[in-house]
Design a protein around this ligand. Structure first.
Ligand code: GLA
Length: 684
C-alpha cells in the first residue's frame, strides 16, 4: 500500500491485503524523531533522497559533472489503473524527472519499473537506479543463493543485522553465483510457514541485491542493475529505463513464493504448452568427437528408449574440434560433416524426434576466422585485449555489424535445416566490457534479448535454452524470453538435488533442464544408481546426457520405463504446486501436487546417513487435509538399495487423509545414502 501525502511515494505496507485506508495507515505509521536526529518528522519515500532526511543510499545515484548529486523529488502526478500505480516526480532545480510504476502482473507478482529523465541541458550520469523497499520490523532473517560452476544456487540463511548485506555481480551475465531472488523472512520461516518477502531483478547483466538494517532499526530490501562508471550518461531530454524488479510476498513460507513465481512465469504468452520433450543431449556422450555413425547409433538407442528431442552440442562448426578454436565461424564443418547436418537430422526426424543444435553466438575464439577478420568486434577497453577465458573473447553485440553478422549466421543455419530448438551458451564472464571505450554491459544485455526475439520471430516455434557453463545465466530477465535453462553442468544426482531445489525457488521445473548423466559423474566422479539419477531428473524438464549406446539391456529397459513414467506424469509435474517438506539434513522430501489437490508425486531422497538407526518419518504437507488418499511407492527406474532387515508396511498401499500425511507421515524405509524413491498419491 502506497502513501503520497508526504509529497513523495511511500510504501506503507507490503504484505497481505488489508481493508484499511492509506490515510489511516499513514497516520499510524508516522515515526517519532529520536534525539540526535532531525527536528521534525520526514516522510522517507521510495527515492530515499538525502534532502528528505535520509542518510542511506538513495534509489537514484547520479550527478552532472559533480553537480545535482543531491535531489529532492516532488510528486507531480499519480495515475492509477485497476492493476497499476504510476507516480511521476520532479526536481526542477536539478533538471530531473523520475517515475515509478508498480504493476500487478498476475499471480500476486508485483513488477516495479523506474525511469529517470534528464530535463537539464548538460549530461547527467546515472550511477544507480535501484528499487529499495521497506521491510516490516518482523522480517528477521534473509535467504539468498550463492554458487560456482557445477554447484549453483547454494542457500545461505542469516539473521538480518545492522549494516548492508550485499550480493553484487560484475560478470556481465547473471552468474553461477547469482541469487535469482533474495528473500527476507520472519524468524524461523520455512517452506510452508512464515512471511516471506522476495525481490528479484529482471535482467541478465550486472546486478546488486541488498538487505539492509539502518541505524534507525528499519530494514530494507533492494534489487537493481549494477552500472559501471559512465555506463549510462543521459544527454538532454534522454530517459533511462531501469530493468524491472519483481516483488513477491508470501504468507505461506518459501513454497508460497515459488507458487506465485511459477504461476506468473507459466502465464507468459510464450510459455511452452506442448509437453516438455524427453531430451537426449549428446555432450557427455561424445563431447567434440562428432562422428555421424556414432551419432546415428545414439539416435537409434534414443528412439528405442522413447526420447523425443535429440540435441547436437558443441563441435559441429568451423574449426571447432576442441574449445580452443572456431567459435564465431558458424558454418557446418566440412571436415566432420562432409554432407552437412542433413543426414543426422533426417535420421533424427525419421526416428520421430525433434532436433536441437548448440550455439554460443556472443563469443569468439581468438583462433577463428571471425576474429582474424574482425579483431575490432570484441568488447574491450581501449587497445587492450581482455584476458581470455576458455580461449575466447566476447563479441560486441552493440556494434551493429557484429550483431548483424551473428544474427544472419544463426538465421542461415536455422533456415537451411529443420531445427526445433537451440541451446545458446555463454561460457565466459565479461572483463573490461567496453564498446568504443565505454562500458557496454547494459546495452550488450539488451542486444542478446533483441537477438533472441528476432530469431523467434523469424522462426516461429523455435525454442531457446539459456546456458552459461550450466546455470550461469538463469534470471528473471532471461526467463521472459527463453523456454528452458540448462540448470548446471553437474549431472551428479546428489549435487542436482540441491541445485534444482534452490533454483526452483523462483523457476518452475519445466523450464529447468535435468538430465540423467553417466553412471559415474563426469564432474564429481561419484557413482549413482540409475534410479537415483532418474528420480532426480524427473523433477525438471527431463532428459539424458550419457553415451546410451554403452548401456546394458537392463539399463535400457529401466530407461524406457522411466521415459514412459515421465511422459505419463509430466502434465502434473509441470503444472502443479511444488511442495518441499521439512526434513533433517539427511534427506529431502519434495513433490508436486495437482492444482485440484487430487493427486501428487513425491520423492524421498536420501542425502547422507541418518544419525539415528531409523530415519524420521516422511511428512507430506500441502494436500487437502480432509481428503483420503491412496499412497504407494513406485519404482519406474528400478529400486533403491535398502539397508534394513524388514521393510516398512505401507509401500504397496495405504489410505490416509491429507491431514495424517502432513502430521503423522509415513515411516521411512532405511535407504542407503544417495538413493531415492517415488511416492504416488491419489485421491481414493
Ligand atoms: C558449456 C555447457 C555444456 C556444453 C559445453 C560445450 O560448458 O554448459 O553443456 O554445451 O559448454 O562446449
Amino acid at each position: 500500500m502506497l502513501n503520497f501525502s508526504g509529497g513523495t511515494p511511500q510504501v506503507l505496507h507490503w504484505g497481505e491485503e488489508l481493508g484499511d485506508s492509506a490515510d489511516q495507515l499513514a497516520l499510524a505509521s508516522i515515526e517519532p524523531t529520536a534525539h540526535a536526529e532531525l527536528d521534525a518528522h520526514q516522510f522517507h519515500g521510495i527515492w530515499r533522497e538525502n534532502a528528505r532526511g535520509n542518510t542511506a543510499r538513495p534509489a537514484l545515484l547520479g550527478h552532472r559533472s559533480g553537480k545535482d548529486f543531491s535531489q529532492k523529488f516532488d510528486l507531480i502526478k499519480v495515475e492509477q489503473t485497476k492493476t497499476s500505480i504510476t507516480a511521476i516526480s520532479q526536481d526542477r532545480a536539478a533538471g530531473l524527472e523520475v517515475s515509478i510504476v508498480f504493476e500487478f502482473v498476475g499471480s500476486g507478482v508485483l513488477e516495479i519499473k523506474q525511469t529517470v529523465t534528464n530535463n537539464g541541458s548538460e549530461d547527467f550520469e546515472v550511477q544507480a537506479l535501484e528499487v529499495i523497499l521497506p521491510l516490516p520490523d518482523k522480517a528477521a532473517e534473509s535467504l539468498d543463493f550463492t554458487g560456482r560452476w557445477v554447484k549453483e544456487r547454494q542457500p545461505q540463511r542469516r539473521k538480518i543485522q545492522s549494516g548492508l548485506w550485499v550480493r553484487e555481480v560484475r560478470e556481465g551475465r547473471s552468474s553461477h553465483d547469482y541469487t535469482i531472488v533474495q528473500l527476507a523472512m520472519t524468524e524461523g520461516a520455512n517452506y510452508q510457514t512464515g512471511d516471506v518477502w522476495a525481490l528479484g531483478l529482471g535482467f541478465s547483466g550486472n546486478s546488486r541485491h541488498t538487505i539492509e538494517q539502518a541505524q534507525s532499526g528499519r530494514k530494507f530490501i533492494s534489487a537493481g542493475e549494477l552500472l559501471l562508471p559512465g555506463e549510462v550518461i543521459l544527454g538532454s531530454g534522454q530517459t533511462h529505463l531501469a530493468p524491472s524488479v519483481y516483488a513477491i510476498y508470501s504468507n505461506s513460507g518459501i513454497d508460497g513464493v515459488s507458487d506465485r513465481s511459477f504461476s506468473w512465469l507459466r502465464a507468459r504468452s510464450q510459455h511452452p504448452t506442448s509437453p516438455r520433450p524427453l531430451t537426449l543431449n549428446v555432450w557427455e556422450a561424445v563431447y567434440f568427437n562428432h562422428n555421424l555413425e556414432k551419432l546415428e547409433q545414439l539416435a537409434d538407442v534414443a528412439k528405442e528408449i522413447g526420447v523425443e528431442r535429440f540435441v547436437l552440442d558443441d563441435g559441429w562448426f568451423g574449426s571447432r574440434r576442441s574449445d580452443n578454436a572456431g567459435l564465431g565461424d558458424w558454418e557446418v564443418s566440412k571436415d566432420v560433416w562432409p554432407q552437412g547436418l542433413s543426414p543426422l537430422i533426417k535420421k533424427v526426424k525419421d526416428s520421430g524426434m525433434q532436433f536441437g543444435l548448440w550455439f554460443e553466438g556472443e563469443m569468439v575464439n581468438s583462433d577463428s576466422d571471425l576474429y582474424r577478420s574482425h579483431p575490432d568486434w570484441i568488447l574491450r577497453s581501449g587497445d587492450r585485449v581482455p584476458l581470455e577465458g576458455r580461449r575466447q573473447l566476447v563479441l560486441d553485440l552493440t556494434n551493429p555489424e557484429a550483431y548483424k553478422f551473428i544474427l544472419e549466421s544463426v538465421d542461415k543455419i536455422l533456415s537451411e535445416y529443420e531445427i526445433d530448438y537451440i541451446k545458446w551458451d555463454h561460457n565466459r564472464f565479461l572483463l573490461e566490457p567496453a564498446s568504443q571505450g565505454k562500458p557496454a554491459v547494459h546495452k550488450q544485455t539488451l542486444a542478446i534479448y533483441s537477438l533472441f526475439s528476432e530469431l523467434k520471430k523469424r522462426h516461429p516455434g523455435l525454442e531457446i535454452e539459456s546456458c552459461a557453463s550450466g546455470g550461469g545465466r538463469i534470471d528473471l530477465g532471461m526467463a521472459q524470453i527463453v523456454d528452458r535453462f540448462w540448470t548446471s553442468d553437474c549431472n551428479d544426482a546428489l549435487e542436482r538435488q540441491y541445485i534444482q531445489r534452490y533454483t526452483q525457488v523462483a523457476i518452475p521445473p519445466e523450464m529447468l533442464g535435468s538430465h540423467i548423466g553417466p553412471t559415474q559423474s563426469h564432474t564429481t566422479g561419484r557413482v549413482h544408481s540409475l534410479s537415483f539419477r532418474a528420480i532426480t531428473a524427473l523433477f525438471g524438464h527431463a532428459g539424458l546426457e550419457w553415451d546410451i549406446t554403452q548401456t546394458t539391456a537392463e539399463e535400457k529397459k529401466l530407461l524406457t520405463s522411466f521415459s514412459d513414467y515421465y511422459k505419463n506424469n509430466r502434465a502434473l509435474l509441470h503444472s502443479g504446486r511444488l511442495v518441499r517438506a521439512e526434513t533433517d539434513e539427511s534427506s529431502f522430501v519434495h513433490g508436486v501436487i495437482s492444482n485440484d489437490g487430487k493427486q501428487a508425486i513425491f520423492a524421498y531422497a536420501t542425502l547422507s546417513a541418518t544419525s539415528g538407526s531409523r530415519p524420521n518419518a516422511i511428512f507430506i504437507p500441502g494436500l487437502d487435509a480432509s481428503k483420503t488418499y491412496k499412497v504407494r511407492a513406485v519404482f519406474p527406474a528400478g529400486e533403491p538399495t535398502f539397508i534394513q532387515r524388514t521393510q516398512v508396511a505401507w509401500m504397496d498401499g495405504v489410505k490416509l487423509t491429507g491431514a495424517a500425511l502432513a502430521s503423522v507421515g509415513l515411516r521411512a524405509p532405511i535407504l542407503n545414502p544417495e538413493n531415492a524413491m517415488l511416492i504416488e498419491i491419489k485421491e481414493s
